[in-house]
Design a protein around this ligand. Structure first.
Ligand code: ATP
Length: 238
């Protein structure tokens, strides 16, 4: 076992009910590392992210966080262990205020909640300006920042981000990735799925490529970018 390993996934088979979508996934994320997960629509990226977050019970295989088995834990216990998912489509509560949405991220540890809210408002000043507005009135980019702020409230050890740039304008995506880069510089460990593969790789140390519920390639971002077929498939030939 790798001493630096934070999250380890071994031969994971999971899906919807008894029907597997993931056919034996092996994946590893080290402490402080940013790992990108690439693959076409339907490859199983979201299914894997949800399985890691405890939202799908794996059929076989293991999920470990620093050696501790997470596979049989409920989603709430997985959050308490420090694995937190920012789901595809953000899923903020549109009728609640920005502040209440952020506070919800601390539901497991209400102690020093206000100090943690303040940390997030320093990180995302735009949210402070809109603190008492309904979250449903925010722009897509602001909602994404809100979803990340909410996730950070539980002080995760690893943050799982599923398609954070989806539906956002290029300028907003640049802001979002700048915020993710700051998180990375603070030492946060990230596992990132994003259709903007070149951008995801620009942030990442390593990447895995999924196809049909399997990992079909992996390597450092330089290795992925230097592989002609992969670069053509995922980086638009760039
Ligand atoms: P996308 O970028 O489109 O979200 P993805 O790589 O994240 O793609 P998944 O969403 O994980 O892929 O889907 C993988 C497979 O699981 C697909 O074949 C899909 O049809 C199937 N699937 C997804 N959601 C469900 C569900 N709720 N019930 C049954 N099958 C599902």
């Amino acid at each position: 076992q790798d001493r630096l390993e934070m999250l380890g996934v071994g031969q994971l088979v999971a899906g919807y009910g008894a029907e597997p979508v993931l056919h034996g996934i092996d994946l590893q994320v080290r402490r402080g590392e940013v790992v990108a997960l690439l693959g076409a629509n339907g490859a199983g990226k979201s299914t894997l992210m949800k399985a890691l977050a405890g939202l799908h019970r794996p059929i076989t295989g293991g999920i470990h966080l620093e050696g501790r088995e997470l596979k049989n834990m409920e989603a709430e216990q997985v959050v308490a262990q420090g694995v937190v998912l920012v789901p595809e489509g953000r899923q903020v509560f549109p009728e609640l205020s920005v502040l209440d949405n952020i506070r919800l991220g601390a539901f497991l540890q209400p102690v020093d909640r206000d100090a943690r809210v303040e940390e997030q408002l320093q990180r995302f000043p735009r949210l402070r300006e809109r603190l008492h507005q309904r979250a449903g009135l925010l722009s897509g980019g602001e909602q994404q920042m809100l979803a990340i702020a909410r996730a950070l409230m539980s002080r995760p050890r690893i943050l799982l981000l599923d398609e954070p740039s989806l539906g956002l304008a290029p300028k907003v995506i640049a802001e979002l990735f700048a915020a993710l880069d700051r998180l990375r510089q603070e030492g946060m460990t990230l596992l990132l799925v994003d259709q903007m593969a070149a951008l995801a790789l620009s942030l990442a140390d390593r990447a895995y490529v999924m196809e049909g519920g399997r990992i079909v390639a992996q390597g450092t971002t330089a290795e992925i970018a230097a592989d002609g077929a992969l670069a053509e498939a995922y980086l638009g030939g760039a």
